[in-house]
Design a binder for this molecule. Structure first.
Ligand SMILES: [Mn+2]
Length: 408
């Protein structure tokens, strides 16, 4: 017997910002969350799974119109086998104001008032789940989950940030892997963290990741987890990609490079990403770093870097659309750079003081929390030290170029 575990489908998520881009073909972004969901249903049918579990955030938020719900219902009819649905922070009971009067009979939604258990005697399976009543759930919901049903394979379905410290993923219904393991279930079908994480095996505690990456922070293969059960025991929990476009963050070190070397290095970054995308269009952020004589030239030539990457993708048999090009190179220290060296040192020193870094990061996290949810994903506010350093590099590059402007 097999079942499919998915989460964070964010159906009809708008992919904020991308639609305005004239250089990215509309057909590769339009409806991509729906197309990934369709691919998941295709997989469920092809693998002949007994049922599907969706561990929260099926919807991205309140429906814009009824077409989102109608699409889901029609896919459920196509699935034609049970689907167990849990509500997460994005589609909590109080967040979704529209609904179809009746979902297809094969859809079972977990209660948001209490943990609800559903036994499938013929399959030897019991599922336990507690939907989010509201967007913010500060308490550990897993504490209210019942003891395992004897003689059945027990699956806990839960939307939670688990032990994630927060940052990219808001902290909701936090719990520990140790506490989940103690519950005595066979499998925890988790949702909320948008990257695949297997917290442990036996019992399995799994975040499948989201179904489709939506921005450059959601890189790599996305999809769901196919679980195989033999003789009442889980023998495999494998990732299956169902995404229809892929995101990548490609960093190229230009240190000491001339143009030919840089072209080679861009190719070496692009080629494996194209291979990993396995025929899907690749949306990539290109970041060029390092100390190089090409600094001045690169700073004025984002389009040239983008074109080199696209050409490398074509040579590797795929397609790449640059999301952005970030030039974070430095000129070898001489002349103006040398004159600015004391300022540069003072600027950099701020980042070597753990206290001021911690204070700055706390301030930035607060700033981010105050943004509307759809902006939180796209406005890039550094949330860790590495991101803060990259941010500071960009800021320094701007400041230095302004200071280096030849004076009349
Ligand atoms: Mn969530």
């Amino acid at each position: 017997m097999k079942f499919l575990h998915a989460a964070d489908i964010h159906l009809d998520s708008p992919l904020a910002g991308l639609h305005a881009r004239g250089d990215i073909p509309a057909e590769i972004i339009q409806g991509c969350t729906r197309r990934a969901f369709q691919a998941m249903i295709d997989l469920a049918i092809a693998e002949d799974v007994a049922f599907v579990v969706i561990a929260g955030d099926l919807y991205d938020g309140d429906w814009k119109d009824f077409s989102t719900g109608l699409f889901f219902a029609s896919q459920m009819r196509r699935l034609n086998r049970p689907c167990f649905l849990l509500r997460g922070n994005h589609d909590a009971q109080s967040v979704i104001t529209r609904s179809l009067n009746r979902l297809p009979d094969n859809v079972h939604e977990f209660s948001s008032r209490t943990c609800q258990s559903i036994a499938l005697a013929e399959l030897g399976v019991a599922l336990h789940g507690h939907s989010f009543p509201n967007r913010a759930v500060p308490e550990d919901l897993s504490a209210g989950y019942p003891a395992p049903a004897k003689g059945l394979l027990n699956i806990g379905v839960l939307h939670t940030s688990a032990e994630d410290p927060g940052g990219l993923h808001d902290r909701y219904a936090p719990c520990t892997a140790a506490a989940l393991a103690l519950k005595g279930y066979d499998y925890w079908a988790l949702g909320h963290i948008h990257e695949r994480r297997v917290l442990q095996e036996r019992p399995w505690i799994v975040f499948p990741g989201n179904l489709q990456g939506r921005h450059v922070q959601e890189t790599g293969a996305k999809g769901c987890t196919l679980v195989t059960v033999e003789d009442g025991r889980i023998v495999a929990a494998e990732h299956r990609s169902v995404d229809v476009l892929r995101w990548a963050l490609l960093e190229v070190d230009a240190t000491g490079a001339d143009l030919a070397t840089l072209t080679d290095r861009i190719g070496r970054a692009v080629t494996p990403a194209i291979a990993a995308a396995d025929g899907r269009p690749l949306l990539a952020r290109l970041v060029v770093t390092g100390e190089t004589d090409l600094h001045e030239r690169l700073r004025g030539d984002h389009e040239g870097v983008a074109a080199t990457a696209r050409d490398a993708a074509d040579a590797a048999g795929g397609t790449l659309h640059p999301e952005t090009v970030r030039i974070r190179t430095r000129a070898p220290a001489r002349g103006a750079e040398e004159r600015l060296a004391p300022l540069r040192t003072a600027f950099a020193a701020g980042l070597d003081d753990p206290e001021s870094v911690a204070a700055l990061l706390a301030h930035l996290a607060k700033l981010r929390a105050g943004l509307p949810p759809d902006l939180q994903a796209t406005v890039e506010i550094p949330l860790d030290e590495a991101a803060l350093r990259a941010f500071a590099d960009d800021a320094w590059a701007l400041a230095a170029s302004a200071l280096e402007e030849p004076r009349a």
